[in-house]
Design a protein around this ligand. Structure first.
Ligand code: KIV
Ligand code: ZN
Length: 390
Protein backbone atom coordinates (compact mmCIF):
# COMPACT_ATOMS: atom_id res chain seq x y z
CA UNK A 1 0.00 0.00 0.00
CA UNK A 2 1.50 3.38 -0.94
CA UNK A 3 2.03 5.69 2.02
CA UNK A 4 0.00 8.79 1.26
CA UNK A 5 2.34 10.99 3.28
CA UNK A 6 5.57 9.89 1.69
CA UNK A 7 7.08 11.30 -1.51
CA UNK A 8 9.18 8.84 -3.50
CA UNK A 9 12.16 10.52 -5.18
CA UNK A 10 12.91 8.82 -8.51
CA UNK A 11 16.21 10.09 -9.86
CA UNK A 12 16.79 9.82 -13.60
CA UNK A 13 20.07 11.76 -13.83
CA UNK A 14 21.80 8.66 -15.21
CA UNK A 15 19.09 8.00 -17.81
CA UNK A 16 17.04 11.02 -18.95
CA UNK A 17 19.83 13.35 -17.80
CA UNK A 18 22.70 11.40 -19.24
CA UNK A 19 21.05 11.03 -22.65
CA UNK A 20 21.05 14.79 -23.21
CA UNK A 21 23.74 16.69 -25.17
CA UNK A 22 27.02 17.16 -23.33
CA UNK A 23 26.01 15.00 -20.37
CA UNK A 24 27.39 11.57 -21.26
CA UNK A 25 29.36 9.77 -18.58
CA UNK A 26 31.47 6.64 -18.84
CA UNK A 27 30.72 3.65 -16.66
CA UNK A 28 33.14 4.50 -13.83
CA UNK A 29 31.67 8.00 -13.63
CA UNK A 30 28.12 6.65 -13.56
CA UNK A 31 29.02 4.30 -10.73
CA UNK A 32 30.55 7.16 -8.74
CA UNK A 33 27.46 9.28 -9.34
CA UNK A 34 25.18 6.38 -8.36
CA UNK A 35 26.97 6.02 -4.99
CA UNK A 36 26.48 9.73 -4.39
CA UNK A 37 22.78 9.51 -5.33
CA UNK A 38 22.45 6.71 -2.77
CA UNK A 39 24.10 8.95 -0.16
CA UNK A 40 21.62 11.67 -1.13
CA UNK A 41 18.79 9.28 -0.26
CA UNK A 42 16.98 8.88 -3.57
CA UNK A 43 14.43 6.05 -3.40
CA UNK A 44 14.57 4.90 -7.01
CA UNK A 45 17.67 5.28 -9.15
CA UNK A 46 17.05 4.93 -12.87
CA UNK A 47 20.53 3.86 -13.89
CA UNK A 48 20.07 3.83 -17.66
CA UNK A 49 18.32 2.38 -20.69
CA UNK A 50 19.70 -1.14 -20.93
CA UNK A 51 18.87 -1.76 -24.61
CA UNK A 52 20.59 1.47 -25.72
CA UNK A 53 24.06 -0.10 -25.76
CA UNK A 54 26.06 -2.88 -24.21
CA UNK A 55 27.92 -0.20 -22.24
CA UNK A 56 24.65 1.07 -20.77
CA UNK A 57 23.56 -2.43 -19.84
CA UNK A 58 26.89 -3.15 -18.14
CA UNK A 59 26.85 0.13 -16.29
CA UNK A 60 23.33 -0.50 -14.93
CA UNK A 61 24.41 -4.01 -13.92
CA UNK A 62 27.49 -2.67 -12.11
CA UNK A 63 25.32 -0.19 -10.23
CA UNK A 64 22.79 -2.94 -9.45
CA UNK A 65 25.63 -5.09 -8.03
CA UNK A 66 27.30 -2.41 -5.94
CA UNK A 67 24.99 0.41 -4.96
CA UNK A 68 22.80 -0.24 -1.95
CA UNK A 69 19.84 1.77 -0.70
CA UNK A 70 17.85 2.86 -3.74
CA UNK A 71 15.74 0.58 -5.91
CA UNK A 72 17.68 0.24 -9.18
CA UNK A 73 15.64 0.72 -12.36
CA UNK A 74 16.18 0.43 -16.09
CA UNK A 75 14.01 1.94 -18.78
CA UNK A 76 12.53 -0.28 -21.51
CA UNK A 77 10.32 0.40 -24.51
CA UNK A 78 7.28 -1.85 -24.96
CA UNK A 79 9.39 -4.47 -26.73
CA UNK A 80 10.48 -7.94 -25.66
CA UNK A 81 14.20 -7.28 -26.32
CA UNK A 82 14.14 -4.06 -24.30
CA UNK A 83 12.42 -5.70 -21.35
CA UNK A 84 14.77 -8.66 -21.36
CA UNK A 85 17.82 -6.35 -21.48
CA UNK A 86 16.39 -4.27 -18.63
CA UNK A 87 15.70 -7.42 -16.61
CA UNK A 88 19.28 -8.64 -17.09
CA UNK A 89 20.68 -5.24 -16.14
CA UNK A 90 18.77 -4.79 -12.86
CA UNK A 91 18.76 -8.46 -11.82
CA UNK A 92 21.71 -8.21 -9.32
CA UNK A 93 19.99 -5.47 -7.26
CA UNK A 94 18.16 -6.74 -4.16
CA UNK A 95 15.36 -4.26 -4.98
CA UNK A 96 14.83 -3.41 -8.61
CA UNK A 97 12.31 -2.05 -11.09
CA UNK A 98 11.58 -2.37 -14.78
CA UNK A 99 10.25 0.90 -16.18
CA UNK A 100 8.21 0.25 -19.32
CA UNK A 101 6.97 3.09 -21.48
CA UNK A 102 4.68 3.52 -24.47
CA UNK A 103 3.36 6.72 -26.00
CA UNK A 104 -0.32 7.44 -25.48
CA UNK A 105 -0.85 10.61 -27.55
CA UNK A 106 -2.31 10.20 -31.04
CA UNK A 107 0.53 12.32 -32.38
CA UNK A 108 3.16 9.88 -31.11
CA UNK A 109 1.12 6.78 -31.94
CA UNK A 110 0.51 7.87 -35.52
CA UNK A 111 3.68 9.76 -36.44
CA UNK A 112 6.28 7.80 -34.52
CA UNK A 113 4.99 4.32 -33.70
CA UNK A 114 2.45 3.74 -36.51
CA UNK A 115 0.15 2.07 -34.01
CA UNK A 116 -3.60 2.28 -33.59
CA UNK A 117 -4.97 2.92 -30.13
CA UNK A 118 -6.16 -0.70 -29.95
CA UNK A 119 -2.67 -1.97 -30.81
CA UNK A 120 -1.16 0.31 -28.18
CA UNK A 121 -3.50 -1.11 -25.52
CA UNK A 122 -2.50 -4.66 -26.47
CA UNK A 123 1.22 -3.83 -26.44
CA UNK A 124 1.00 -2.11 -23.08
CA UNK A 125 -0.81 -5.10 -21.54
CA UNK A 126 1.57 -7.65 -23.03
CA UNK A 127 4.77 -5.80 -22.16
CA UNK A 128 3.83 -4.89 -18.60
CA UNK A 129 2.86 -8.54 -18.04
CA UNK A 130 6.20 -9.67 -19.49
CA UNK A 131 8.13 -7.21 -17.28
CA UNK A 132 6.24 -8.56 -14.25
CA UNK A 133 7.70 -12.00 -14.92
CA UNK A 134 11.18 -10.51 -14.30
CA UNK A 135 10.59 -8.02 -11.49
CA UNK A 136 8.05 -7.64 -8.72
CA UNK A 137 8.11 -3.90 -9.27
CA UNK A 138 7.02 -2.54 -12.65
CA UNK A 139 6.35 1.06 -13.59
CA UNK A 140 4.40 2.05 -16.68
CA UNK A 141 4.84 5.46 -18.30
CA UNK A 142 2.35 6.82 -20.81
CA UNK A 143 4.75 8.94 -22.84
CA UNK A 144 3.35 12.35 -23.84
CA UNK A 145 0.53 11.86 -21.32
CA UNK A 146 -0.17 15.58 -21.10
CA UNK A 147 -0.99 15.78 -24.82
CA UNK A 148 -3.02 12.57 -24.84
CA UNK A 149 -6.80 12.26 -25.05
CA UNK A 150 -7.62 11.90 -21.32
CA UNK A 151 -10.20 9.18 -22.04
CA UNK A 152 -7.60 7.07 -23.88
CA UNK A 153 -5.01 7.83 -21.22
CA UNK A 154 -7.39 6.40 -18.63
CA UNK A 155 -7.82 3.30 -20.80
CA UNK A 156 -4.12 2.61 -21.22
CA UNK A 157 -3.42 3.24 -17.54
CA UNK A 158 -6.18 0.78 -16.56
CA UNK A 159 -4.72 -1.83 -18.89
CA UNK A 160 -1.21 -1.36 -17.45
CA UNK A 161 -2.51 -1.70 -13.90
CA UNK A 162 -4.49 -4.83 -14.78
CA UNK A 163 -1.30 -6.29 -16.26
CA UNK A 164 0.60 -5.68 -13.00
CA UNK A 165 2.10 -2.16 -12.99
CA UNK A 166 2.16 -0.66 -9.49
CA UNK A 167 3.58 2.75 -10.40
CA UNK A 168 1.95 4.85 -13.12
CA UNK A 169 3.88 7.76 -14.53
CA UNK A 170 2.15 10.55 -16.48
CA UNK A 171 5.04 12.33 -18.17
CA UNK A 172 4.91 15.85 -19.48
CA UNK A 173 7.34 14.69 -22.14
CA UNK A 174 7.58 17.99 -24.00
CA UNK A 175 7.20 20.43 -21.11
CA UNK A 176 3.82 21.60 -22.36
CA UNK A 177 1.50 21.44 -19.35
CA UNK A 178 0.75 24.04 -16.68
CA UNK A 179 0.49 23.51 -12.92
CA UNK A 180 -3.32 23.61 -12.65
CA UNK A 181 -3.76 21.38 -15.70
CA UNK A 182 -1.26 18.81 -14.44
CA UNK A 183 -2.81 18.75 -10.96
CA UNK A 184 -6.24 18.10 -12.53
CA UNK A 185 -4.86 15.28 -14.65
CA UNK A 186 -3.77 13.37 -11.53
CA UNK A 187 -7.06 14.10 -9.79
CA UNK A 188 -8.99 12.83 -12.80
CA UNK A 189 -6.94 9.62 -13.09
CA UNK A 190 -7.45 8.84 -9.43
CA UNK A 191 -11.20 9.34 -9.72
CA UNK A 192 -11.56 7.27 -12.86
CA UNK A 193 -9.26 4.36 -12.11
CA UNK A 194 -10.62 1.62 -9.89
CA UNK A 195 -8.09 0.66 -7.20
CA UNK A 196 -6.10 3.88 -7.72
CA UNK A 197 -5.43 4.04 -3.98
CA UNK A 198 -3.10 1.05 -4.32
CA UNK A 199 -1.09 2.67 -7.12
CA UNK A 200 1.68 5.25 -6.87
CA UNK A 201 1.17 7.97 -9.46
CA UNK A 202 4.28 9.75 -10.66
CA UNK A 203 5.22 13.08 -12.16
CA UNK A 204 7.89 13.40 -14.84
CA UNK A 205 8.24 16.96 -16.09
CA UNK A 206 10.42 18.56 -18.71
CA UNK A 207 11.32 22.20 -18.53
CA UNK A 208 10.62 23.56 -22.02
CA UNK A 209 8.50 26.40 -20.63
CA UNK A 210 10.43 26.68 -17.37
CA UNK A 211 7.61 25.07 -15.36
CA UNK A 212 9.02 21.60 -14.63
CA UNK A 213 9.44 22.10 -10.89
CA UNK A 214 6.13 23.97 -10.48
CA UNK A 215 4.36 21.27 -12.48
CA UNK A 216 5.92 18.48 -10.40
CA UNK A 217 4.76 20.12 -7.18
CA UNK A 218 1.29 20.66 -8.65
CA UNK A 219 1.24 16.96 -9.53
CA UNK A 220 1.90 16.19 -5.86
CA UNK A 221 -1.00 18.45 -4.89
CA UNK A 222 -3.11 16.43 -7.33
CA UNK A 223 -2.16 13.17 -5.59
CA UNK A 224 1.11 12.06 -7.22
CA UNK A 225 3.48 10.52 -4.70
CA UNK A 226 6.52 9.86 -6.86
CA UNK A 227 8.54 12.65 -8.51
CA UNK A 228 10.93 11.89 -11.35
CA UNK A 229 13.74 14.41 -11.54
CA UNK A 230 17.45 14.95 -12.15
CA UNK A 231 20.35 16.64 -10.42
CA UNK A 232 20.93 20.19 -11.68
CA UNK A 233 17.84 19.67 -13.86
CA UNK A 234 19.86 18.08 -16.68
CA UNK A 235 17.85 16.29 -19.34
CA UNK A 236 16.48 16.36 -22.86
CA UNK A 237 16.27 19.87 -24.41
CA UNK A 238 15.60 22.35 -21.56
CA UNK A 239 16.04 19.57 -19.01
CA UNK A 240 14.01 17.73 -16.39
CA UNK A 241 12.62 18.98 -13.09
CA UNK A 242 15.58 19.71 -10.81
CA UNK A 243 15.72 17.39 -7.80
CA UNK A 244 17.43 19.95 -5.56
CA UNK A 245 14.75 22.57 -6.25
CA UNK A 246 11.91 20.16 -5.51
CA UNK A 247 13.55 18.90 -2.31
CA UNK A 248 14.24 22.47 -1.15
CA UNK A 249 10.67 23.55 -1.94
CA UNK A 250 9.24 20.61 0.01
CA UNK A 251 11.52 21.36 2.96
CA UNK A 252 11.05 25.14 2.96
CA UNK A 253 7.29 25.10 2.36
CA UNK A 254 6.26 22.26 4.61
CA UNK A 255 3.18 24.35 5.40
CA UNK A 256 2.00 23.75 1.82
CA UNK A 257 3.53 20.31 1.31
CA UNK A 258 3.14 18.30 4.53
CA UNK A 259 4.92 15.20 3.22
CA UNK A 260 7.92 13.18 4.26
CA UNK A 261 10.77 12.08 2.02
CA UNK A 262 14.17 10.44 2.39
CA UNK A 263 16.38 13.12 0.84
CA UNK A 264 19.44 13.96 2.95
CA UNK A 265 19.35 17.70 2.39
CA UNK A 266 23.02 18.56 3.13
CA UNK A 267 23.99 16.16 0.33
CA UNK A 268 22.28 18.34 -2.30
CA UNK A 269 25.21 20.64 -2.99
CA UNK A 270 27.93 17.94 -2.96
CA UNK A 271 25.80 15.90 -5.40
CA UNK A 272 25.34 18.89 -7.69
CA UNK A 273 29.08 19.60 -7.60
CA UNK A 274 30.00 16.00 -8.35
CA UNK A 275 27.71 15.92 -11.38
CA UNK A 276 29.12 19.21 -12.66
CA UNK A 277 32.63 17.81 -12.29
CA UNK A 278 31.79 14.55 -14.08
CA UNK A 279 30.05 16.12 -17.06
CA UNK A 280 32.24 19.29 -17.13
CA UNK A 281 29.01 21.22 -17.29
CA UNK A 282 27.99 23.27 -14.28
CA UNK A 283 24.73 25.08 -13.72
CA UNK A 284 24.25 28.80 -14.20
CA UNK A 285 25.35 31.02 -11.28
CA UNK A 286 21.76 32.09 -10.59
CA UNK A 287 20.43 28.51 -10.51
CA UNK A 288 18.17 28.02 -7.48
CA UNK A 289 19.59 26.18 -4.45
CA UNK A 290 22.95 25.06 -5.89
CA UNK A 291 24.08 27.90 -8.22
CA UNK A 292 27.19 29.87 -7.24
CA UNK A 293 25.06 32.93 -6.47
CA UNK A 294 22.20 31.12 -4.71
CA UNK A 295 23.49 32.34 -1.33
CA UNK A 296 25.67 35.24 -2.51
CA UNK A 297 24.84 38.83 -1.62
CA UNK A 298 26.36 41.87 -3.24
CA UNK A 299 24.06 44.79 -2.55
CA UNK A 300 24.85 46.73 0.61
CA UNK A 301 21.27 46.67 1.85
CA UNK A 302 21.10 42.89 1.50
CA UNK A 303 24.54 42.39 3.00
CA UNK A 304 23.64 44.52 6.00
CA UNK A 305 20.42 42.54 6.48
CA UNK A 306 22.11 39.15 6.16
CA UNK A 307 24.89 40.11 8.56
CA UNK A 308 22.24 41.18 11.09
CA UNK A 309 20.02 38.12 10.51
CA UNK A 310 20.36 35.78 7.49
CA UNK A 311 16.58 35.23 7.44
CA UNK A 312 16.15 38.78 6.10
CA UNK A 313 17.20 37.66 2.63
CA UNK A 314 17.60 33.87 2.84
CA UNK A 315 14.64 31.49 3.08
CA UNK A 316 16.88 28.52 3.87
CA UNK A 317 20.38 28.37 5.24
CA UNK A 318 23.24 27.47 2.89
CA UNK A 319 24.32 24.78 5.38
CA UNK A 320 20.89 23.10 5.16
CA UNK A 321 21.53 22.22 1.51
CA UNK A 322 25.23 21.54 1.98
CA UNK A 323 26.58 24.88 0.70
CA UNK A 324 29.61 25.76 2.87
CA UNK A 325 28.54 29.31 3.86
CA UNK A 326 26.76 32.30 2.47
CA UNK A 327 28.96 34.31 0.22
CA UNK A 328 29.25 38.04 0.58
CA UNK A 329 30.44 39.40 -2.72
CA UNK A 330 32.23 42.72 -2.73
CA UNK A 331 31.16 44.79 -5.68
CA UNK A 332 29.86 48.23 -6.50
CA UNK A 333 26.63 47.60 -4.60
CA UNK A 334 28.33 46.61 -1.36
CA UNK A 335 28.27 48.74 1.75
CA UNK A 336 31.10 49.84 4.02
CA UNK A 337 30.08 47.38 6.74
CA UNK A 338 31.08 44.39 4.62
CA UNK A 339 34.26 46.09 3.45
CA UNK A 340 35.20 46.77 7.07
CA UNK A 341 34.47 43.16 8.05
CA UNK A 342 36.40 41.66 5.13
CA UNK A 343 39.47 43.83 5.74
CA UNK A 344 39.38 42.95 9.43
CA UNK A 345 39.27 39.25 8.48
CA UNK A 346 42.30 39.88 6.30
CA UNK A 347 44.12 41.32 9.31
CA UNK A 348 43.44 45.04 8.71
CA UNK A 349 40.96 46.48 11.20
CA UNK A 350 40.45 50.12 10.27
CA UNK A 351 39.54 53.25 12.19
CA UNK A 352 36.42 55.10 11.05
CA UNK A 353 38.47 57.69 9.18
CA UNK A 354 40.59 55.04 7.46
CA UNK A 355 37.44 53.14 6.50
CA UNK A 356 35.92 56.29 4.94
CA UNK A 357 38.99 56.80 2.79
CA UNK A 358 39.38 53.16 1.80
CA UNK A 359 35.65 52.94 1.03
CA UNK A 360 35.82 55.85 -1.39
CA UNK A 361 38.77 54.21 -3.21
CA UNK A 362 36.83 50.92 -3.14
CA UNK A 363 33.71 52.37 -4.84
CA UNK A 364 35.87 53.98 -7.54
CA UNK A 365 37.54 50.61 -8.19
CA UNK A 366 34.22 48.73 -8.12
CA UNK A 367 32.88 51.03 -10.84
CA UNK A 368 35.66 49.82 -13.12
CA UNK A 369 36.03 46.18 -12.11
CA UNK A 370 33.41 43.37 -12.07
CA UNK A 371 34.99 41.15 -9.42
CA UNK A 372 36.94 42.45 -6.50
CA UNK A 373 39.40 40.04 -4.90
CA UNK A 374 41.13 40.15 -1.53
CA UNK A 375 44.33 41.29 -3.20
CA UNK A 376 42.46 44.28 -4.68
CA UNK A 377 41.27 45.23 -1.21
CA UNK A 378 44.75 45.08 0.24
CA UNK A 379 45.90 47.18 -2.71
CA UNK A 380 43.43 49.88 -1.61
CA UNK A 381 45.18 50.34 1.74
CA UNK A 382 47.78 53.08 2.02
CA UNK A 383 51.10 51.82 3.41
CA UNK A 384 50.40 53.62 6.69
CA UNK A 385 46.95 51.93 7.01
CA UNK A 386 48.58 48.58 6.62
CA UNK A 387 51.48 49.43 8.92
CA UNK A 388 49.20 50.97 11.59
CA UNK A 389 47.08 47.87 11.76
CA UNK A 390 49.74 45.16 12.00
O1 KIV B 1 9.90 12.30 -20.99
C1 KIV B 1 9.45 11.14 -21.06
O2 KIV B 1 8.30 10.90 -21.47
C2 KIV B 1 10.30 10.04 -20.65
C3 KIV B 1 9.69 8.70 -20.56
C4 KIV B 1 10.52 7.69 -21.25
C5 KIV B 1 9.43 8.35 -19.13
O3 KIV B 1 11.47 10.26 -20.33
ZN1 ZN C 1 11.75 12.41 -19.90
Amino acid sequence: MPNSNQIVFFDTTLRDGEQSPGCTMHNGEKLRMAHQLAALGVDVLEAGFAIASLGDLESIRAIAKEVRGPRIASLARCKRDDIEAAARAVEPAPVNRIHVFLASSDLHLEAKLKLTRAQALDQAAECVALACTYSDNVEFSAEDATRSDPAFLTEIVKVAIQAGATTINLPDTVGYTTPDEYKQLFQRMQLEIPGAEDIIFSTHCHNDLGMAVANSLAGVEGGARQIECTINGIGERAGNAALEEIAAALATRRDKFPYRNNIVMPQLYPTSRLLAELISFGCSPNKAVVGANAFAHESGIHQHGVLANPLTYEIMTPESVGVPANNMVLGKHSGRRLLEQRLAELGHPLSRQQLDEVYSRFTALADRKKSIYDQDLIGLLKPEDAIMTV
